[in-house]
Ligand binder design. Structure first.
Ligand code: ADP
Ligand code: MG
Length: 528
C-alpha cells in the first residue's frame, strides 16, 4: 500500500495541467518574439537565410553530406518533382583520431576524399567529364563554373550562421575537439579541400537538421501548402519554422532573397524558458540539473527529449529505492512473484549510474499491456539487470515512466501549438479547410507509443487552437532531413545565386545534355 500511495504522489508531481499548458504557450510566444528582436535571449531564433519551403514540384540532381557525431554520410538525390525522389548514398565512420586532429584541415580533407570516392563510384561519367573539361577548356576569366553539383552540408554542431552557405564554428560537442577550427567558416573549410581535389562540387548551403526536416517534409507532404514547422524529438529537441520577415527585427548580416517575405528561423527551443518562468520543476528535475554538464541551459530540452527522460525516471526510482517506508524491487509487494525467485538488482545496474537508464525502456513500459507485464519485466532484466522483478514493481515503474512521458508530450505540444499560433494560419480565411502541416523526426516521437496522441490531446486544450484547430494540425514523421532536406536547401541556394549574380548556370547546363548536375531551367526554387 505504501508503494501505491508513493507512486500516486510522484505521478501527481509530473501532472502538467491544461492551465499550465496555456500559460506556457503564452510565455513561449513571448520568448519567441524576444528572440526575433535581439541576440542573447534564451531562445536564439537564428535566421537561416532560407527564404521559402518547397511544395513538391522541385526537380534536379543535388548532393548532400551529413557530418553527425559518428558517421559521415554522402549522398546524391534526384528530386523527381512529384513529391518523390531517388537517392544513392555512402556512409563511413569518422576515424577517431580525426575527431581530435591537430588541424581542421585534416578532418575536412578526409571529408573531401570521401566525396571524391562517392563521385567516382556513383557518378563516374560526370566526374570524368568534368576533369576532362577542366583540363581542356579555359577562358579569360578562368574555368567556367560548370557541371557543378550543388551540395547541402548538414553540420550538427553549434555554428553561427551568417549566410546560406556560411557559418562559423562556435564549439565542438560529442567528443570532437579540434581547437584550430573554432571561429572558422566550416563551409569554406570543406570547399577548400574539395577544390584541392578539383571536384565538381559547390558547398551551396549549410544545413541545420531541423531546417532539413522542415524542407523534406514540405517537399513530401500531400497538398499544395508547404509545412510550417520541422521539429526534432530525439536525443535533443529543437524546431525550425517559417516566419514573416516583418517580424524579424534583429539585423541580418548576410544576403538573402527578400521576395518571399519569409525566412526559416531555427528557434533553438531547447533553451526555451531557461529562467523557469513556466517550466515545471520536480525535485528530480532539480537533481538532474545539478549534475548536468550545462546547468542553467537547455531547460526545456531537459524535460522533453530522449537524452533526459530516462535520467529523470532513474532519479525517481532511486528515491523510491532509498525510501525506508516503501519497498520496490525487494519482493515485499509481490502477490504473484515467481515462487522461489527473489528480486535482485545487480550492483552495476544502470539504475545506479548517471545516464544509466536509456529512455527506450520507457517505450517498452508504455507498450506493454500484458496482464503480467511480461515484456517490461523482461526488459528490466535485460537492460537494467533487475532480476525477477515482481508485477507490482514493474507496474510502479510503468506508472512513473508514463507520467514523465506524458509531461514531455504535453510540453512538446506547447512548442508546436505556440508556433502554429504564431503563423496565424488557423485564422487565415483562405486556408479554411487546409491542414497546417508539421514535420517531426527523432526516436522519441517515432517510437514512444502514444506520444503523438498525447501531443494532440494537449493541442486541443490550447486557447486559439481548440479541438477543431487541433484536428487541422497534421503532424507527420519525416526522416530524410539530412538527405532530401539538405538537397532542397542547396536548391534554394542555387536559386539565390542565380538571382544575385545574373549568371544562369542552370540553363547553361541544360544546353549540354551529356552531363547531369542540377536540372535545367524548370527548377522551381520556392513557393512563397
Ligand atoms: P539523434 O537525436 O541523435 O538523431 P534519435 O532520434 O535516434 O537520434 O534519438 C536518440 C534518443 O532517443 C536517445 O536519447 C535514446 O535514449 C532515445 N530513444 C531511442 N530509442 C527510443 C525508444 N524506442 N523510445 C524512446 N526513446 C528512445
Ligand atoms: Mg536525428
Amino acid at each position: 500500500m505504501a508503494l501505491e500511495a508513493e507512486i500516486q504522489s510522484i505521478v501527481q508531481q509530473f501532472e502538467y495541467s491544461d492551465g499550465d499548458v496555456n500559460n506556457a504557450v503564452k510565455e513561449f510566444l513571448r520568448q519567441m518574439d524576444e528572440g526575433l528582436g535581439k541576440d542573447g535571449t534564451s531562445m536564439s531564433q537564428i535566421p537561416t537565410y532560407v527564404t521559402g519551403v518547397p511544395n513538391g514540384t522541385e526537380k534536379g540532381l543535388y548532393m548532400a553530406v551529413d557530418l553527425g557525431g559518428t558517421n559521415f554520410r554522402v549522398c546524391s538525390i534526384q528530386l523527381l518533382g512529384n513529391s518523390t525522389f531517388t537517392h544513392t548514398y555512402n556512409k563511413v565512420a569518422i576515424p577517431k583520431h580525426l575527431m581530435v586532429a591537430k588541424t581542421a584541415q585534416e578532418l575536412f580533407a578526409f571529408l573531401a576524399s570521401e566525396i571524391k570516392k562517392f563521385l567516382e563510384e556513383h557518378h563516374s561519367e560526370d566526374f570524368e567529364h568534368h576533369i576532362r573539361r577542366r583540363k581542356t577548356v579555359s577562358s579569360p576569366s578562368g574555368f567556367r563554373d560548370e557541371h557543378i553539383f550543388r551540395m547541402g552540408f548538414t553540420f550538427s554542431f553549434p555554428v553561427k550562421q551568417v549566410g546560406i552557405n556560411k557559418g562559423t564554428l562556435i564549439r565542438w560537442t560529442k567528443g570532437f575537439d579540434i581547437p584550430d577550427a573554432i571561429g572558422k567558416d566550416v563551409c569554406a573549410l570543406l570547399q577548400a579541400e574539395i577544390d584541392k581535389l578539383h571536384l565538381p562540387v559547390k558547398v551551396a548551403a549549410l544545413v541545420n537538421d531541423t531546417v532539413g526536416t522542415l524542407m523534406a517534409r514540405s517537399y513530401a507532404a500531400p497538398g499544395k501548402q508547404g509545412s510550417v514547422l520541422g521539429a526534432i524529438f530525439g536525443t535533443g529537441t529543437n524546431g525550425a519554422y517559417v516566419e514573416k520577415l516583418s517580424k524579424l527585427k534583429k539585423p541580418l548580416s548576410g544576403e538573402y532573397d527578400q521576395s518571399t517575405g519569409e525566412m526559416v528561423i531555427n528557434t533553438e527551443w531547447g533553451s526555451f524558458d531557461n529562467q523557469l518562468n513556466v517550466l515545471p520543476s520536480t525535485k528530480w528535475d532539480v537533481a538532474l540539473e545539478k549534475d548536468s554538464l550545462n546547468p542553467g541551459f537547455q531547460m526545456y530540452e531537459k524535460r522533453v527529449s530522449g537524452m533526459f527522460l530516462g535520467e529523470i525516471l532513474r532519479l525517481a526510482i532511486i528515491d523510491l529505492l532509498n525510501n525506508p517506508n516503501v519497498s520496490l524491487f525487494k519482493d515485499e509487494n509481490s502477490s504473484s512473484n515467481d515462487r522461489g525467485s527473489v528480486t535482485i538488482i545487480a550492483k552495476d545496474s544502470g539504475l545506479y549510474k548517471q545516464w544509466g537508464l536509456d529512455t527506450a525502456i520507457m517505450s517498452t513500459a508504455e507498450l506493454d499491456q500484458d496482464a503480467e507485464l511480461a515484456g517490461l519485466r523482461q526488459a528490466l532484466e535485460n537492460t537494467l539487470d533487475v532480476y525477477a522483478p515482481a508485477y507490482e514493481d514493474a507496474m510502479a515503474f510503468k506508472k512513473i515512466a508514463h507520467a514523465i512521458g506524458r509531461r514531455a508530450a504535453r510540453l512538446s505540444a506547447v512548442a508546436i501549438g505556440a508556433i502554429v499560433l504564431q503563423t496565424g494560419k488557423l485564422d487565415d480565411p483562405e486556408l479554411k479547410d487546409e491542414p497546417i502541416d508539421v514535420g517531426v523526426d527523432g526516436s522519441l516521437v517515432e517510437h514512444y507509443p502514444g506520444f503523438r496522441p498525447m501531443i494532440y490531446e494537449a493541442l486541443s486544450v490550447i486557447d486559439g487552437i481548440g479541438e477543431e484547430g487541433a484536428k487541422r494540425i497534421r503532424i507527420g514523421l519525416t526522416q530524410d532531413g539530412s538527405g532530401v532536406g539538405a538537397a532542397l536547401i542547396a536548391l534554394v541556394a542555387a536559386g539565390m545565386e542565380k538571382s544575385a549574380s545574373g549568371a544562369d548556370y542552370l540553363s547553361e547546363r541544360s544546353s549540354d545534355n551529356k552531363a547531369p548536375g542540377p536540372a535545367a531551367g524548370d527548377d522551381k526554387t520556392t513557393t512563397g
